[in-house]
Design a protein around this ligand. Structure first.
Ligand SMILES: [Zn+2]
Ligand SMILES: [Zn+2]
Length: 371
């Protein structure tokens, strides 16, 4: 090659061009001189090579710095990140390089039919707290799109088969000129499948039918609320033989009437009588999956918490279980007969907290409001 041109000149940018400027300039010029756009034009191919070399050097800060200091010699000889790079390009092997810069705009260079996986499905699965404790194997039924048996998923009338899409020639992509850019987009005639159906199958929608299907879902003990279980391939089937999507099952734990979950602990309330609180007792506590006897110490206050170890939720990642926190609720009797009232009054006196207020009947109380 004759005298090499200055890289900045090649890309038509200033010496202090930003990375963004370089990229823009390269995109613009590469579009113009890309061999796909200029078949049989050797000058364009040469220019394209030159552009790409310039961009590869200047887009890397290290090689750019070397180039700025030493010129072509510096950029192409020795130096980390640049040694041995081959400029005798092979367009095939450059595909990745282009794609990293242009996305997949060169429909022609990448000629990849877009195969879209089937849709993922979301399913909200309600489970009870009891099922979380013991674990459960559940069976769920979901409607999903599956490949049509009638046409084998092709979407074409039985006995016929799809043919190559006439609009995109089977690429699934069409090219559109947008100003200076050549863009490629999904072919609207075949939705990217590259195939065209003359007589559609009457039993399906482009190869897919909706069907109720059953799946087993195993709920491991200790699973957390909101956890998502993924069943790979249990989503909707893809069109044209594309792989199916996934089924994402979100676990919702129903509120329990007695127990509240706090991490791996459970919390519940236990009512005891006032004498039990004062004197202490042994009470029966219903845990989520058993009944145990629990000692209440004399002098227990309302709201005091007793811990029943290992009576909570099984740990998800290890063995063992959380605890059950039993919150004491002291029952204050509201309906006492005269004899009982007498006793409470006596107790009050004995404890030195004689009840000052005289007992009033409801009628007295109402009267007193108007006094
Ligand atoms: Zn069909
Ligand atoms: Zn098409």
């Amino acid at each position: 090659m004759s005298q090499k041109r200055d890289y900045y000149e090649v890309l038509e940018v200033a010496k202090d061009a930003s990375e963004q400027d370089l990229k823009k300039a390269y995109r613009r010029l590469a579009m113009k001189y890309h061999p796909d756009q200029n078949p049989d034009d050797d000058t364009a191919a040469e220019r394209f090579k030159e552009l790409t070399e310039a961009y590869r050097v200047l887009s890397n800060s290290e090689t750019r710095a070397r180039y700025d200091r030493f010129g072509h010699q510096g950029a192409t000889s020795g130096g980390a990140g640049y040694t041995g790079m081959d400029f005798d390009m092979d367009l095939g092997s450059m595909t990745d390089f282009f794609e990293s810069i242009f996305g997949s705009m060169f429909g022609g260079a990448t000629r990849r039919r877009r195969v879209r996986r089937g849709n993922d499905l979301q399913y909200d699965l309600k489970v009870t707290l009891e099922q979380v404790i013991s674990g459960a194997d559940l069976r769920i039924t979901i409607p999903r799109a599956v490949s049509c048996d009638e046409c084998g998923g092709t979407g074409a009338l039985k006995g016929t088969s799809p043919r190559v899409c006439s609009r995109c020639g089977g690429h699934g992509q069409i090219r559109l000129q947008q100003g200076i850019f050549m863009m490629s987009s999904t072919c609207p005639s075949c939705n990217g499948s590259g195939q065209e159906v003359a007589e559609p199958c009457p039993s399906c929608d482009r190869g897919l039918v909706e069907k109720e299907e059953e799946f087993n879902v195993s709920i491991p003990p200790g699973i957390e609320d909101g956890k998502v279980k993924v069943i790979r391939g249990a989503g909707e089937h893809g069109r044209n033989g594309a792989p199916p999507g996934d089924l994402n099952i979100r676990v919702f734990i129903e509120r329990h009437s007695v127990f509240e979950r706090d991490g791996d602990d459970l919390v519940c309330e236990q009512a005891i009588t006032w004498p039990q609180a004062v004197l202490g007792d042994e009470v029966e506590v219903k845990t989520i999956d058993s009944t145990v006897r629990m000692k209440v110490k004399p002098g227990t206050r309302s709201g005091q918490v007793y811990l029943l170890r290992g009576k909570g939720v099984p740990h998800f990642y290890s063995s063992g279980r959380g605890d059950l926190r039993v919150k004491i609720d002291i029952d204050v009797p509201t309906k006492l007969n005269d004899a009982q009232v007498e006793l409470v009054e006596q107790l009050g006196k004995a404890l030195g907290t004689a009840v000052k207020m005289k007992r009033h009947s409801l009628v007295d109380k109402v009267k007193s409001l108007f006094d």
